[in-house]
Design a protein around this ligand. Sequence first.
Ligand SMILES: Nc1ncnc2c1ncn2[C@@H]1O[C@H](COP(=O)(O)OP(=O)(O)O)[C@@H](O)[C@H]1O
Ligand SMILES: [Mg+2]
Length: 267
Amino acid sequence: MELKPELGLRQVGLRFGGRPVVEGIDLGVAKGEVLVLLGPSGCGKTSLLRLMAGLIAPNAGQVTLNGAPPRPGQGTAMVFQSYRLLPWKTVAQNVAFALPDLAPAAVAQRVAEVLALVGLARVADALPAQLSGGMKQRVALARALAPRPDFLLMDEPFAALDAQARELMQMELLRLTGAQGGPGVVFVTHSVDEALVLADRIVLLSPRPGRILARVELPFAAPRWREDPRSHPAYADLRARLWAQLRDAVLNDPQSDFHRAAADLRS
Ligand SMILES: Nc1ncnc2c1ncn2[C@@H]1O[C@H](COP(=O)(O)OP(=O)(O)O)[C@@H](O)[C@H]1O
Ligand SMILES: [Mg+2]
């Protein structure tokens, strides 16, 4: 039997300059699942993704990808809010950049394939500056998908998009990753709604140092891009519960900008 590729964190702790960033993190995600990390600014979400990508090592516990410590660019691909496209390269060349080990003919074929998948075939020769934010993020997504990673690590990728582009990208992501053999996704956000729309499971993190406050399994039926979870009877309750937990965590955090407003907002 073939083992399902799995990304796991066991009792992971990370410190920067002696200060704890995250503590005691236990997480697992399998290929084909969407795990959302939801938490306030500074709680260590980006650091967790960097640990999963093998870009940094934990100070405590273990991070494993298919049983071994992850190595950068091997089995994972990151997607950032800032797209990180090379401005002097065309869309096709930006995607090809993720395939340094393939022969030119295979690169051309895979680039055409993923651009068609994200609906960008017609702008293959455009430069990033000619594209809208939503299209740039689709290029970044195509580039991440090109080498067929087991896991996409997405760091608030849609936070800079307008509301409409953001919703369309959420649906697009679910469609692309929900397909047979699609990658697992670890998606970082501080939006409760985005978490509820995208996740199979949500892990709620406390303010720094990030610890797991709650784990929520979502009851919405797949494929979620066809049936909007927001019309599910459980949606409003889940949203209220998660938001209350997130809000209380932020209001009770002395490092938060909103800390002093706590008394007012709670009354
Ligand atoms: N390379 C680094 N050196 C020192 N401190 C860092 C470094 N990266 C992140 N931090 C600190 O770790 C904490 C968590 O950061 P981060 O993982 O970016 O949180 P989030 O993505 O949830 O906002 C923050 O207080 C941040 O200032
Ligand atoms: Mg971050």
